[in-house]
Design a binder for this molecule. Sequence first.
Ligand code: BEZ
Length: 202
Amino acid sequence: MRLYHAPASPFVRKVMVLLHEACATDRVEIVPVAGTPLDPGTLPVDRNPLGKIPALERPDGPTLYDSRVICRYLDDLLGAGLYPAAPHLWDTLVLEATADGIADAAVLMRYEDHVRPPAARSSEWVEAQWAKVSRALAAIEGRWLSHLRGPLDMGQIGLGCALGYLDFRHAGRDWQAAHPALAEWWGAFSARPSMKATAPDI
Ligand code: BEZ
């Protein structure tokens, strides 16, 4: 299998953390790519018409995308056990979706400040994205801490990758000061070997 990959992407990182946790990094060949919404560059537009990564090329079927589809596929293939049976599955999926929403908003903020032409940038729009992030962090801190202390699942991994991206690209926002209980969880989670092995370069 071939994984279209960029180390800064929190969505690619989810797939890589899953592979590390399942001791299966040797099952994929990494294909480094780079691009932006304005210039797809080497992004696999022929494999994923949306031009987004991660995308997973399989020998025996069509290319899979996006990260949630790829993670469900690999979890099933490798028997990783990162998606529990229902009814716990619904919690895992909602937490993963919330974490992906945080990462989505944070990536859009990055694009607005670094990809969109300066004259077209909107600080109001950036702050609206950050408001989504803040609401989601508050909701997780308010409702999800007991889930976060439970068995490892893809919701926790997605959240770890989203928080890692906030530290990587938006450190100045200091989300940890406003969410100390979540920051404490993150301190322990980020020390997992799978998270250390996949941390984007700072
Ligand atoms: C980044 O450089 O922040 C980035 C790269 C790829 C996907 C998403 C974000």
